[in-house]
Write a protein that binds this ligand. Structure first.
Ligand code: FAD
Ligand code: SIN
Length: 532
């Protein structure tokens, strides 16, 4: 298959780019690939909302910029912060034009929420299912665009570069170029070659590298691993954000249900198992301190108390009001026997967001030519060492737009590369036993959660790396001899991402933002990014 614009991912970043491109270039072929169903994305699970300066009377761009820079702890790119905050309002208005609905006050103004680290009320939301509403609106708008072909169940295996034409490509090669991708089409079980002029990676996050995460099963860091294999630049992978309040359900592994920070914004109070409201001992902003501080405080309370969770107390918030703002959370709690007016909600931190990723410039260009990245898989410079709540949906839209604006200016100068060879599957046979994959997956998740979590140290990182080395060797061996499957490729990608997280954490000899190590508890005066 040949296409002009190839988009990998159907979350907010991929769909925004596809819509804009289709509207601007009706003569071009636009193809969106997604590895499962089109709406199964991190985007769909977003709860709190999207940050934007919509209330000019009380809020300002300057305040939002300041809050983002404070959260980022010295590592944000000021130019990018400025761009995202100032361009954000226009992008939000476009989303509303495409049909997304945000909650409003009776007078017609937006009902704005507040989350940790924000100095003002500026979070637009749709009840507690903001992401679901955005994904719905985007997919409906996409369906009205005949120029876009959206194909589900197409697992992208690798980016095609000069390497596949027999040239030696390494990190020092100048001008590595992207010619398209190899895809395992799960509808036909065939491996197909798709060549493209422009490719956008919008493959989302990598929370599945950890045992407990708010991310759905698709979040396996495939885009980041593909770019690393293709010798592109990856940045700041040590900054993994743990959300302080995922619902704790004994025995539940995989995706944890999120209790949005907006609940604390509306008055929810964290208590330890002794009933103490402990946050005032950690930060004057108490329950609305930035996420890293709250997550570390909970982690400490759990370790001191020897418990697997703390509590979020919403008993004083009033049932009616709670249901009005958080109907989905209310229903989820009720379904497992928690009445929020009588019981406190058990919560624990869970891996939530990857601040680092594929390094891009201000137009979303990666270090590989004709390859762009946007959304959670990208490292644009907005988040620095810690992301401000509700800034990621905003970043995804602003950068999808910038990728679109830059790529439409260049596409007419790019040709489809001829002579790309088919995928080489020689020497591989059908998988003999899945246990070789599932056991390695379990081991990787466990070691990442236990050794590379909220609090780190040198010894834990060294142990993690030694174990990852072995898993890597075994998995590469399996990969060479086994027919590819999503399970095997995801494992391989997640081990690569885990390696990048540990390696970056080893390089950072300081505690900054989301990276906290007991061996270097202070911030260094040298402010630097980790680029691999
Ligand atoms: P995603 O929406 O994750 O989409 C990724 C896409 O890539 C999917 O379609 C997937 O199938 C596809 N893909 C991946 N790998 C492959 C492959 N190998 N082949 C083919 N396709 C592939 N952010 C906020 O700003 N506000 C919030 O309130 C908020 N709440 C959140 C709540 C939860 C529970 C979670 C998990 C995240 C939340 N976030 C929030 C973060 C935010 O939702 C994500 O960062 C954002 O939605 C990512 O969008 P994306 O387009 O980059 O990727
Ligand atoms: C939440 O609703 O608490 C998540 C918001 C975010 O991750 O930005």
């Amino acid at each position: 298959m040949q296409t002009d614009f190839l988009i990998i991912g159907s979350g907010i970043a991929g769909l925004t780019f596809a819509l804009k491109t289709a509207q601007a270039c009706p003569d071009k072929k636009i193809t969106v690939l997604t590895k499962t169903q089109s709406d199964e994305t991190n985007t769909k699970y977003a709860q709190g909302g999207i940050a934007g300066v919509m209330d000019a009377a009380n809020d300002s761009f300057e305040k939002h910029i300041e809050d983002t820079l404070i959260a980022g702890d010295g590592l944000c790119n000021h130019e990018v912060v400025d761009i995202v905050v100032r361009e954000g309002r226009e992008r939000i208005n476009e989303l509303i034009e495409w049909g997304a609905m945000f909650d409003k006050e009776p007078d017609g103004d937006f009902k704005l929420g507040k989350e940790g680290g924000h100095s003002e009320y500026r979070i637009l939301h749709h009840k507690d299912v903001t992401g679901r509403e955005m994904e719905r609106a985007l997919l409906e708008a996409i369906r009205l665009q005949p120029g876009i072909e959206l194909i589900n169940y197409c697992f992208v295996l690798d980016i095609i570069t000069q390497h596949h034409l027999g040239y030696l490509v390494n990190k020092a090669t100048p001008d590595v170029e992207c010619y398209g991708v190899y895809v395992l089409n799960l509808n036909t079980r065939q491996i197909e070659t798709i060549t493209s002029k422009i490719t956008l990676l919008a493959t989302g996050g990598n929370g599945q590298v950890y045992r407990t995460t708010t991310n759905p099963a698709i979040a396996t860091g495939d885009g980041i691993a593909m770019v690393y294999r293709a010798k592109g630049r990856i940045e700041n992978m040590e900054f993994i954000q743990f959300h302080p309040t995922a619902l704790y359900e004994a025995g539940v592994r995989g995706q944890s249900f999120l209790i949005t920070e907006a609940v604390r914004g509306d008055g929810g109070i964290l208590r330890n198992t002794a009933g103490e409201a402990f946050m005032e001992r950690y930060d004057p902003r108490k329950d609305l301190a930035p996420r890293d501080i709250v997550a570390r405080a909970i982690d400490n309370e759990m370790k001191v108390g020897g418990t697997e969770h703390v509590y979020l107390d919403c008993r004083h918030m009033g049932r009616e009001k709670f249901i009005e703002h958080f109907p989905n959370i209310y229903e989820k709690c009720r379904s497992i026997g928690i009445d929020i007016e009588q019981h406190m909600i058990p919560v624990a931190p869970a891996a939530h967001y990857s601040c680092g990723g594929i390094k891009t410039d201000v137009d979303g260009r990666t270090s590989i030519r004709n390859l762009y990245a946007a959304g959670e898989c990208a490292s644009t410079g907005l988040h620095g060492a810690n992301r401000l709540a509700s800034n990621s949906l905003l970043e995804a839209m602003v950068f999808a737009h910038r990728c679109f604006a830059d790529s439409v200016n260049h596409i007419d100068g790019i040709s489809i590369k001829p002579g790309i060879p088919n995928w080489n599957a020689s020497g591989t046979t059908a998988p003999k036993e899945m246990i070789l994959i599932t056991q390695s997956l379990k081991e990787m998740k466990l070691l990442m959660s236990d050794y590379v979590g909220i609090v780190r140290n040198n010894e834990r990182l060294q142990r993690a790396m030694r174990r990852l080395d072995l898993l890597w060797e075994e998995t590469e061996n399996l990969y060479k001899h086994t027919e590819v499957s999503p399970q095997l490729c995801e494992l391989r990608n997640m081990i690569t991402v885990a390696y990048l997280i540990v390696k970056s954490a080893e390089f950072r000899h300081e505690s900054r933002g989301l990276h906290y190590t007991t061996d270097y508890p202070d911030k260094s005066s040298l402010v630097q990014h980790t680029i691999l």
